[in-house]
Write a protein that binds this ligand. Structure first.
Ligand code: NAD
Ligand code: ISE
Length: 334
């Protein structure tokens, strides 16, 4: 059986997912695309052998679309995911699920009313092989009780449209989800301190920043986010447990030893570093839908991450330690 997927948004990651679905994922094909940038959508449609639709609503309702991948800008996600649920079609929505906790709750209410899970959120780090080793070390008790984590999230650069708040809602949201997944705990407070600004972005961006997250069981996590570090893409973590630690360096690093020097390369961006994670994310999504199961990052995960990220935005604005309040988790997500 081949799953017919419609892709909404053919920008940076949309075209990347569409090409992969069309050529590297078994059991899937791209049958429809939509983007308001119609020429780009038409070019992608031609490349992957799909129909370019006139609107995203038409794509969601199209009979040749069995499942939808959303890669449009975050503020559009809630409405598009809700339309997929109304049509009874499974959807893989890039992060964030929605930009506000309220909109995430609308998705949760619609999915709960539908009666089974249709929504997966694009937190691809859960599919990354190095992160899975970290998770297994914690789950197998190899470091005792996890107490602390130190995390780093650096991008070489971001466009001028990127804001200080987006460091939380667009970048640190990945660490927020990863920590919830690794520790199996909700985050209950956020504190953010911006450093002296880097000269590249001084005056327009508070960068780098340090984020402190406290978990429900008392564990504590620090995240450095630096979105204009210049030298490459660098994502790391170390989990400190009661009897040991497990750490993940920038695993795509390679070393060239020459002329008495060690020269290392770092990935240019998230596409390089997480290439196999995106591959495994899409393949497991397609396999799960074909087998009738949906167990990737859920609407609840999207909701919790969005609420924590927005809490970090207000913590950045007022410098205060900010409490995170979540509603009770519906049974569909336990
Ligand atoms: P982008 O701006 O490159 O692409 C967004 C696309 O959506 C553009 O082509 C734009 O024309 C299109 N668009 C705008 N309005 C639309 C509408 N009404 N309907 C359909 N399409 C519309 O952005 P991007 O970097 O590709 O990011 C897209 C989403 O993917 C964001 O939510 C972002 O956070 C997420 N993302 C996730 C990762 C990851 O590692 N998981 C990486 C990059 C981006
Ligand atoms: C981007 O949107 C992503 O999701 C990348 O994974 C992340 O590393 C980057 O900081 C974001 O801007």
């Amino acid at each position: 059986m081949t799953l017919a997927v419609g892709v909404i948004g053919t920008g940076n990651i949309g075209v990347y997912h569409a090409r992969r679905l069309a050529s590297q994922i078994s059991g899937a094909q791209v049958t429809a695309v939509f983007d308001v940038a119609t020429e780009r959508a038409a070019a992608v449609a031609k490349e992957v052998g799909a129909v370019a639709h006139r609107s995203w609503t038409e794509l969601v309702e199209a009979t040749e679309v069995e499942a939808v991948l959303i890669a449009s800008p975050g503020p559009l996600h809630a409405e598009q995911v809700l339309a997929c649920i109304a049509a009874g079609k499974p959807v893989l929505c890039e992060k964030p699920l929605a930009t506000t906790g309220e909109d995430c709750l609308k998705v949760i209410a619609a999915e709960v009313a539908f009666g089974r899970r249709l929504v997966q959120v694009g937190f691809m780090r859960r599919y990354d092989r190095a992160y899975r080793v970290v998770k297994a070390a914690i789950d197998d008790g190899n470091i005792g009780q996890p107490l602390l984590a130190h995390m780093v999230h650096r991008n070489a650069s971001v466009p001028d449209s990127f804001t200080s708040d987006m460091s939380m809602t667009d970048s640190v949201i990945h660490e927020i989800d990863t920590i919830r997944w690794l520790f199996g705990q909700e985050i209950v407070t956020t504190t953010v301190v911006a450093s002296k600004p880097s000269p590249q972005t001084a005056g327009r961006l508070r960068d780098p920043q340090l984020v402190l997250l406290e978990l429900a069981d008392g564990a504590v996590v620090d995240v450095e986010v630096f979105v204009n570090c210049q030298y490459g893409y660098d994502v790391r973590c170390e989990i400190v447990g009661s009897t040991g630690t497990v750490s993940m360096d920038n695993p795509s690093t390679t070393s060239l030893l020459r002329n008495g020097q060690r020269i290392e390369t770092v990935p240019a961006d998230w596409r390089v570093r997480f290439d196999t994670a995106y591959q495994d994310e899409l393949q497991e999504w397609v396999n799960g839908l074909t087998a009738g199961t949906a167990d990737g990052p859920s609407s609840w995960d999207g909701y919790a991450a969005a609420v924590v990220a927005n809490s970090a935005v207000s913590a950045l604005a007022d410098g205060a330690r900010t409490e995170v309040t979540l509603v009770d988790r519906p049974g569909l997500y336990t």
